[in-house]
Design a protein around this ligand. Structure first.
Ligand code: ADP
Ligand code: MG
Length: 353
């Protein structure tokens, strides 16, 4: 495929902070972006065109597709009917297969195990009796998760004793779920990797992640890993990318255990735990994704600095004056006017060396 010519338009499904940073990266490479977002759109402030319409609005989707040259997304839960309509009109990168697989935790884990990768033990839960049987099988503690639409720890219930099955099941409110055995991990890391249109694969260095209340709080690079673990992380990311014939950036969340790396989940898009690349690499994850989607050669992915990325969540914004005065600190704000508890308002990248 020939690379997208300068001045072409990249359509982005989803107008949150990820879409915003993708849009900025695209404009640096001479492209225009058109954002499609049903709700509030921080990305709408930095794009050439914005469509605010629902993912059920077939006529708005059709107009959007006709106005762009290629389509990508920052949000993986776009309904299948919308994707089918869009895919008939324009290339979607990464493909609709990657999206369909990662929209459902059961399909995702089945796919990952099919590649020979290790996941937490899991069971499909369609009823209370299935949950009770699975708890007998996997033991406690365990985590019940909705199969679809979960993020930032939402849609999850920790089960500490078998007696909690009924209340946990009620919390799923009839949604399909999976039960996962608890992984006693040493640390959590993620690897952000990219695959280009010609099949080349580039991995960023794994980052070490700390969550608070289910939300990512910090990512530190380099992560505390052995050389063998680093190699494993890159190889398994490459295997996933190739299997999906993927084009773009993929985030892979991993648990580090004494028995090796366990894949927690994959995100078919740029990832919060990859924001450190903005200060640590010449080509960050956003430019890397746009390069892939536009059919350009990928950047090298090499890390030139150690970085600590910290999310600014809710009231963390009160620390802004201090952060602005801190040396070697890059500040990214998402243009959201209303501060709410748990809302990601921005992040900072502190260069450590
Ligand atoms: P989300 O889509 O909300 O990010 P995750 O499946 O990544 O959902 O779970 C959020 C966090 O919960 C993980 O980063 C990890 O800290 C913890 N967690 C999830 N699954 C397990 C598990 N099977 N064992 C131990 N901890 C888990
Ligand atoms: Mg996660």
């Amino acid at each position: 495929m020939t690379a997208l010519a300068p001045g072409s338009t990249i359509g982005i499904l989803g107008g949150g902070q990820l879409g915003r940073m993708l849009s900025v990266a695209a404009s640096r490479l001479g492209y225009l972006t058109h954002i499609y977002e049903p709700g509030t759109a921080p990305a709408g402030q930095v794009c050439a065109a914005l469509t605010q319409a629902s993912y059920e609005d077939m006529s708005a989707l059709q107009d959007f597709a006709n106005a762009v040259d290629v389509i990508t997304f920052e949000f993986e839960n776009v309904p299948a009917t919308a994707l089918d309509l869009l895919a008939a009109l324009r290339p979607i990168r990464p493909g609709t297969t990657a999206l369909a697989i990662s929209q459902d935790r059961l399909t995702e884990k089945t796919f990952l195990e099919g590649l020979g990768l290790t996941c937490a033990p899991f069971r499909d839960i369609g009823s209370l009796s299935a949950l009770e049987a699975a708890l007998t099988d996997l033991g406690t503690p365990a985590i019940l998760k909705t199969r679809r639409m979960g993020y930032d720890g939402k849609g999850q219930v920790h089960i500490r004793t078998p007696g909690q099955a009924q209340t946990a099941y009620a919390e799923m409110q009839g949604q399909d779920a999976i039960l996962e055995g608890y992984v006693a991990f040493e640390r959590e890391v993620s690897v952000i990797a990219a695959r280009g249109v010609t099949g080349e694969v580039v991995c960023f260095d794994p980052g070490e992640n700390v969550h608070e209340c289910g939300i990512l709080y910090t990512t530190t690079v380099p992560a505390t890993l052995t050389g063998a673990q680093r190699t494993d992380a890159a190889l398994l990311a490459g295997r996933i990318l190739n299997a999906l014939e993927y084009v773009g950036v993929l985030g892979v969340e991993l648990f580090v255990t004494s028995n090796g790396l366990i894949v927690n989940e994959i995100a078919p898009r740029v990832h919060n735990s990859g924001h450190w690349t903005q200060a640590g690499c010449a080509v960050d994850q956003f430019e890397q994704h746009i390069r892939a989607v536009a059919g350009l050669p990928l950047g090298d992915g090499r890390r030139h600095s150690d970085v600590v990325m910290e999310n600014l969540i809710g009231d963390d914004m009160d620390r802004l004056p201090d952060l602005l005065a801190t040396p070697d600190t890059q500040i990214h704000l998402y243009g959201k006017s209303e501060v709410r508890p748990g809302r990601k308002m921005g992040h900072v990248n502190r260069i450590v060396t």
